[in-house]
Design a protein around this ligand. Structure first.
Ligand code: HEM
Length: 410
């Protein structure tokens, strides 16, 4: 049977991104699409179209398909934000092309240069320092006024401090890079505002990388520069791009998971009680929160060749949005998929992606989340939300979902 969505004019297609009904769930349309048209044509802002994939098995299959490119500079890449002006696209290219925007075999060469920095063993060595940082933030939170904003007290500082120390970026510059990052990932910022934020971040990291090239420091960027002197994989521009990618991905994602995860557990007191009764459940709790919130939705790709899949033909040049939220709430892959259940123990979620681009920082993110939730819920037993859930400022206007503020008291 021909899928009418493949031939429908753009104005008749469902618009993407789709609005959420409940802030704790993906857009309601995903369930119907998954059941009826798991690979559906959608209309993007700016009169563009793409395929939206909402079924777990199809998302995983396509994430490992080499006929889909990650080229972040391709004009058909299904991004929900309007295109940048031409000059800004040039400024953005080294960031866009750093690792996450590369295809094999170039991607494999670049990833090999970084992978040793993110092994489980390497990340485990950071545990005492991450614990110290989390403890410091919770101590300050408890000493401060009530209600407090958990985002500025804990969610942002912990991953920002960790990634700054890991990379060798001065933490004193946090206001600068956090606010520019917010603009880069926002749907509502104008192309000019996003361009200015990208230019500013790039200039900042250009100076930093230049200084480290002159005198390589004992941090990730310094080590990478030394390693690169022999391997000659990265140009200066690409080193700047990688620094920007790691700085952005290293704090914004984990910060949003800390805020949403805390709100999710406070809203489900029985789940929180189970975690408090058995702190060893924290690993499983983190996996479930990652699945439940799926903060990166959707992963963008462009087809390099025609692909026959699920009864449709994705043509060469078509944009494809692989929905992490759709896949992670697929009832076939996860029983009672819409329930938060910390006993679930399912690690086949795709919150960190899947295939060659699967999140490089996942071991670090998991550890930060485990430490933060354990520390927060142990040291602040009376923690509760200080505002009704429907008044919380969720990030409905950003490519990484989360919360702008989270008022809490205890
Ligand atoms: C809860 C936190 C996080 C989530 C949900 C998350 C999610 C993701 C996802 C979905 C991808 C795949 C993108 C794609 O296939 O196009 C990805 C890739 C990536 N992430 Fe994360 N991430 C998190 C934390 C981090 C952290 C802490 C870092 C760095 C320290 C990081 C660095 C990266 C990098 C460098 C890539 C690109 C990998 C590649 O292309 O080979 N992420 N992340």
């Amino acid at each position: 049977m021909t899928d009418v969505s493949t031939t429908a004019p753009t104005r008749e297609l469902p618009a993407f991104p789709m609005a959420r009904g409940c802030p704790f769930d993906p857009p309601e349309q995903y369930s119907a699409l998954r059941a009826e048209r798991p690979i559906a044509r959608v209309a993007l802002p700016g009169d563009r179209t793409a395929w939206l994939v909402t079924r777990h098995d199809l998302v995983r299959q396509l994430l490992t398909d080499p006929r889909l490119s990650s080229d972040r500079t391709h004009p058909n890449l299904p991004t929900p934000v309007p295109s940048l002006p031409a000059q800004a696209q040039q400024d953005f290219a080294p960031i866009a092309n750093a690792l996450i925007g590369l295809d094999a075999p170039r991607h494999s060469t670049h990833r090999r240069m970084l992978i040793t920095e993110f092994t489980v063993k390497r990340v485990q060595a950071l545990r005492p320092r991450i614990q110290e940082i989390a403890d410091g933030c919770v101590t300050d939170l408890l000493a401060g006024p009530r209600p407090a904003d958990l985002v500025s007290a804990l969610s942002l500082p912990v991953p920002s401090m960790v990634i700054c120390e890991l990379l060798g970026v001065p933490y004193a510059d946090r206001d600068f890079f956090q606010s520019r990052t917010r603009t880069v990932v926002s749907f509502n910022a104008s192309p000019e505002e996003r361009a200015a934020a990208i230019r500013a971040l790039r200039g900042f990291l250009d100076e930093l990388v230049t200084a480290k090239e002159r005198e390589p420091s004992d941090d990730l960027l310094g080590r990478l520069i030394r390693r690169n002197r022999e391997a000659e994989v990265f140009t200066h521009e690409l080193l700047v791009g990688l620094a920007a990618l790691l700085l952005l991905a290293g704090h914004e994602t984990t910060a949003n998971m800390i805020s949403l995860g805390t709100a999710g557990l406070l809203r489900n007191p029985q789940q929180l009680a189970q975690l408090r009764a058995d702190p060893a459940l924290v690993g499983q709790t983190v996996e479930e929160l990652l699945r439940y919130f799926s903060i990166v939705d959707a992963i963008p790709r462009v087809a390099l060749a025609d692909i026959e899949i699920g009864g449709v033909t994705i043509h060469a040049g078509d944009g494809v949005a692989l929905s992490v939220g759709g896949a992670n709430r697929d009832g076939v892959a996860f029983g009672r998929a819409d329930e938060l259940d910390i006993q679930r123990g399912g690690r086949h979620h795709v919150a960190f992606g899947y295939g060659i681009h699967q999140c490089l920082g996942q071991n670090l993110a998991r550890m930060e989340l485990e430490i933060v939730f354990t520390t927060l819920f142990t040291r602040v037993p009376g923690l509760r939300l200080a505002a009704p859930v429907d008044e919380l400022p969720f990030k409905d206007d950003a490519t990484i979902y989360g919360l702008y503020q989270l008022p809490v008291t205890w």
